[in-house]
Design a protein around this ligand. Structure first.
Ligand SMILES: [Zn+2]
Ligand SMILES: [Zn+2]
Length: 317
């Protein structure tokens, strides 16, 4: 069998030290219910023991809104960071990220974004799945949606890194992946120098609802034939949420057929849809100011009504 090499340092992945490192980290990142899934995901990462140990995982003290590491924050109010306290109209229920964005992360991410390296897609997809099990109760999500690229950018690059991540996250969690959004406005690259206000402004109305988003009941992305316990469990969850989302989409189209004017009125959704449904998980590679994810969440809520709860998940913050 071919020896796997570490995506970070190029060394051998499987060394005697690795099993201990995986177990230790799995304990740190999980609750009893999520330990088996997180252990399995860590085990499958193409990373050696020392690179695994040096990954900058965001700790326990996080902003309860954006998930930022709060250890270095000086201003904290009711568990939220300064930026989240200032945000007047917050369409996201919350964001969670797995790693701090350091220099190593920066170089790895640009390799992935501009070359679309398959091994890095697997690596990052697995990290996102770890983050999903670590921070969220997954059975509540109706679907996963990637932050889309503008058609022109997509043509230049040939792939959307968030789509690759969403597909892998879908496979690992059993949650169906849906193209819910389209990017209608080509935004400038958002560099660090940009102020928060200009980022928010540039992202305003950058997305629209994707009309391809019609889900057949029970459709699921992410099942394969391995048939072990985890796969069976995720298949079962996928079938259930696929069914829920399917019935919910039919309900929604029934509403819009009866009275087309109602689609723009959120209060109608609130009356008709079952409480607590649906939750959607948005996926992107990095949370900087959150303006991209917020803009996506606003578009989804404008289309689906405020009953829809939008959460997000990124590798870096
Ligand atoms: Zn390594
Ligand atoms: Zn925050």
């Amino acid at each position: 069998m071919k020896q796997r090499t570490c995506v970070t340092c190029g060394g051998r992945v499987h060394t005697p030290k690795r099993e201990g490192a995986v177990r230790e980290l799995a304990v740190r990142l999980s609750r009893p219910a999520t330990y088996p899934a997180i252990y399995r995901l860590l085990h499958s990462l193409s990373v050696c023991a020392s690179c695994l140990e040096s990954l900058p995982f965001i700790g326990e003290e996080i902003c309860r809104q954006c998930g930022r590491d709060m250890r270095a924050e000086r201003y904290i109010s009711e568990g939220r960071c300064r930026d989240c306290v200032r945000e007047a109209d917050e369409p996201l229920q919350g964001n969670r990220s797995l790693l701090r964005y350091d220099q190593d992360g920066k170089s790895m991410l640009s390799l992935f974004k501009y070359r679309g390296d398959e091994r890095l897609a697997d690596y990052y997809g697995t990290l996102l799945a770890i983050a999903a099990f670590r921070f969220y109760t997954l059975s509540g999500f109706a679907c996963i949606a990637a932050v889309p690229l503008h058609a022109r950018r997509l043509q230049e690059r040939g792939f959307n890194q968030a789509d690759l991540l969403a597909a892998r996250l879908g496979r690992a969690t059993g949650i169906p992946v849906q193209p819910l959004l389209r990017r209608t406005k080509e935004t400038e690259k958002l560099s660090k120098q940009w102020g928060r206000a200009s980022r928010q402004e540039s992202m305003r109305e950058a997305f629209s609802w994707d009309e391809r988003a019609v889900l057949p009941g029970g459709a699921c992305v992410g099942s394969d034939s391995r048939g072990d316990d985890h796969q069976n469990l995720t298949k079962q969850i996928a079938a259930e949420i696929g069914f829920l989302l399917g019935s919910w989409f039919s309900l929604r189209s029934a509403i819009s057929h009866d009275s087309p004017a109602n689609t723009a009125s959120p209060s109608n959704h609130r009356k008709t849809l079952p409480a607590g449904l649906p939750k959607i998980l948005l996926v992107d590679d990095i949370y900087t100011t959150g303006s991209t994810l917020r803009s996506c969440a606003r578009t989804l809520r404008a289309h689906l009504g405020p009953v829809c709860k939008i959460y997000s998940l990124t590798m870096y913050e």
